[in-house]
Design a protein around this ligand. Structure first.
Ligand SMILES: O=c1[nH]c(=O)c2[nH]c(=O)[nH]c2[nH]1
Length: 296
């Protein structure tokens, strides 16, 4: 009974690519997940471990990043065509390349009604939440938002942190700041509240604060966002925020003779910093049983 290798392919799956293109103060953001898969004369590596035809998946990933720097990504179809053509044309043993791209949509955060230059919110994936506790003749309402993903492509710094034996992080005065906001706010006073309007205004306030605060740390941004809600909305006693720091690492393109002036980023999904905190009004009503550790 003979045994042979059947259909096979290989590549780098889910390369997370974020690009920022600057037009004066206006930044244009692209967010793609790119997968490459190559086919061809690849029996040798499977049967004997001879890798002479195997363009490393690491090289495929680097190609995605280098191409994003060298030419505007443009339409994802064009970007995929350029990549696929490149792999087939440059690798003798590669006959077929399949490039799959998902583009993640971002919208400009409106500030005072005008689209912001460099602050964005991700389209979709967001939920509005509430937890209501009724006890006797009283009720407590805690509402919030999950998965409100936001990013600013400048206006964020992080420096001045302790440098000790295990510190490698470089100080930066210009980085991408991105997070998926989980927020909970505790209402006080009556339950005779226009919930929809309150939600809409709190959400708008959170977004505007994120967009406009020049950030020295995500912690500072967290406090500013909570404070802004308390300043704008008297019906809110307290705001809790859980903010994952969705790190965007500058891709080192220097091995390919390319400079990267905050243009091409690798969007890491884990691990991530998790910044959490509460901002509370001095004269806030006492929390009811809805506001225990069980909430957020
Ligand atoms: O805004 C930040 N806060 C931190 O606590 C932190 N830690 C880190 O590595 N990067 C950052 N960024």
């Amino acid at each position: 009974m003979g045994i042979s290798l059947g259909p096979n392919q290989y590549g780098k799956a889910e390369v997370r690519l974020v690009t920022v293109r600057r037009e004066g103060a206006v930044h244009h953001l692209r967010d793609l997940t790119v997968s490459t898969a190559l086919r061809g004369e690849l029996e040798a590596t499977h049967l004997t471990g001879d890798n002479s035809a195997v363009l490393a998946t690491d090289t495929q990933k680097n190609t995605v990043y280098a191409f994003a720097k060298q030419q505007d990504v443009g339409e994802i179809e064009d970007f995929a065509l350029r990549l696929g053509r490149h792999f087939v044309d440059t690798q003798e043993k590669i006959t077929t390349a399949r490039i799959t791209i998902a583009e993640h949509g971002w919208e400009r955060i409106p500030v005072g009604g005008a689209p912001h230059d460099h602050a964005f919110s991700r389209s979709g994936g967001e939920s509005r939440t509430t937890t209501v506790t009724v006890h006797g003749d009283r009720a407590w309402v805690v509402s919030g938002v999950d998965g409100l993903t936001v990013l600013k492509s400048t206006g964020s710094e992080f420096h001045g942190f302790p440098r000790e034996e295990y510190t490698t992080l470089a100080e930066t005065d210009d980085r991408i700041l991105a997070t998926a906001v989980t927020a909970r706010w505790r209402y006080q006073g009556s339950t005779d509240i226009d919930w929809a309007k309150s939600h809409q205004e709190i959400r708008r306030t959170l977004l505007e604060a994120f967009a406009t605060k020049h950030s020295l740390s995500l912690q500072q941004t967290l406090y500013t966002m909570g404070e802004a809600v308390l300043l704008a909305r008297p019906e809110v006693a307290e705001v809790r925020l859980s903010l994952p720091n969705k790190h965007h690492f500058l891709v080192d393109l220097s091995p390919f003779g390319l400079e990267n002036h905050n243009e091409v980023f690798y969007a890491a999904d884990r691990p991530y910093g998790l910044i959490e905190g509460t901002v509370v009004r001095d004269e806030a009503e006492e929390p009811g049983p809805a506001w225990t550790e069980a909430v957020l």
